[in-house]
Write a protein that binds this ligand. Structure first.
Ligand code: SF4
Length: 321
């Protein structure tokens, strides 16, 4: 049976061996981030919905977890913003009741932490990882192209309210785009917000794969180090760890990876094309493409319809073309 909601396990830089759970149809989100590795958001919304029945996700999880595989995390993430799913709360509660031995993580853009129901539904999770890039509304709109009703000061307030009641590990992801959120004013705003949110850990992140918009650039290690100095080391500010070796990552993904290789052998495709033709979850497709690209097997090229992925040609083949 091809799984619609579960992907991996994949070797994550932050989470170790992580089994992905995707609650959202591709690509539904409250943001349309310039740096999104899944391409542009096709359904931008802040309305929580019943996208898929919770029992469908639970049935897939039950099947995968029947053999009690070794995992560092079961992670809600994938094709968009997981807190938009009304099944979020029931699935978190069910996983922690049925599989308490596993660490349950939730990757979220944090925009719905303004909603009391979302805050309460997240409480049983072991680890919640929201994203913060700026405290400035103009920069927020430039980076995230958010739903028009969203205000960054309200979102930060939602993060503070969540921290006040949440006993699990709150890791704050700060995504760095050089020249945009790295000015002295931006970093001072971020430092202040981090103090107010009081996370257990702050992880800097930067571009790793082709972004939705071509103007986004990755920060260098020197730039990240400068950001760390500006934010201060007192609250565990650290740079997200080095990438896992490509060979190790590839080992845990064989079936889905072969399917993507076979599709790309037929024709170059975007993430969206691959989601449609393979039936795999968006998050899984993006992760596998990243692994193959780092291993030098797959190349990417930006074209009018988005970023296309293709099998890299051997130099000899290229000469023959
Ligand atoms: S990076 Fe995350 S929050 Fe931003 S558009 Fe993509 S899925 Fe949504």
């Amino acid at each position: 049976m091809r799984r619609k909601h579960i992907f991996g396990p994949v070797l994550s830089r932050r989470l170790g061996l992580s089994l992905g759970v995707d609650l959202i149809p591709f690509k539904t989100c409250s943001y349309d981030c310039a740096y999104c590795e899944c391409g542009h958001t096709t359904e931008e919304t802040i309305t929580r919905q019943d996208f898929f029945p919770a029992f469908e996700v639970m049935a897939e999880l039950r099947e995968v977890l029947a053999s009690r595989p070794r995992l560092d995390s079961i992670t809600l993430a994938g094709s968009g913003e997981p807190t938009l799913a009304r099944s979020l709360g029931p699935i978190i509660a069910w996983v922690k009741r049925e599989y308490p031995e596993y660490t349950l993580s939730v990757l979220t853009n944090g925009s719905l932490l303004t909603d009391r129901n979302v805050r309460e539904e997240l409480l049983p999770a072991d680890r919640v990882i929201p994203t913060l890039t700026t405290t400035n509304q103009q920069t927020f709109e430039r980076i995230h192209n958010p739903h028009p009703s969203l205000r960054i000061d309200e979102i930060i307030r939602g993060m503070e309210q969540f921290r006040a009641i949440y006993k699990g590990a709150l890791w704050l992801e700060v995504f760095i785009i050089p020249g945009l959120n790295t000015t002295d004013a931006e970093l001072a705003g971020l430092k202040d917000a981090i103090c107010r949110i009081n996370p257990d850990n702050v992880q800097l992140n930067t571009l790793d794969r082709p972004p939705a918009e071509c103007w986004v650039e990755a920060a260098s290690n020197a730039e990240l180090e400068r950001v760390i100095q500006a934010l201060g080391r007192t609250r565990g500010v650290g740079i997200t760890g080095p990438r896992p070796p490509a060979s190790a990552a590839a080992q845990v993904e064989t079936g889905a990876t072969d399917l993507i290789r076979a599709t790309l052998n037929r024709r170059p495709s975007t993430v969206e094309d691959l989601v449609r033709t393979t039936g795999l979850a968006g998050g899984e497709v993006a992760k596998i493409l990243g692994t193959l690209e780092r291993a030098g097997e797959v190349c990417s090229k930006r074209m009018a319809r988005g970023v296309f992925y293709m099998i890299c040609q051997e130099p000899d083949d290229q000469e023959r073309l």
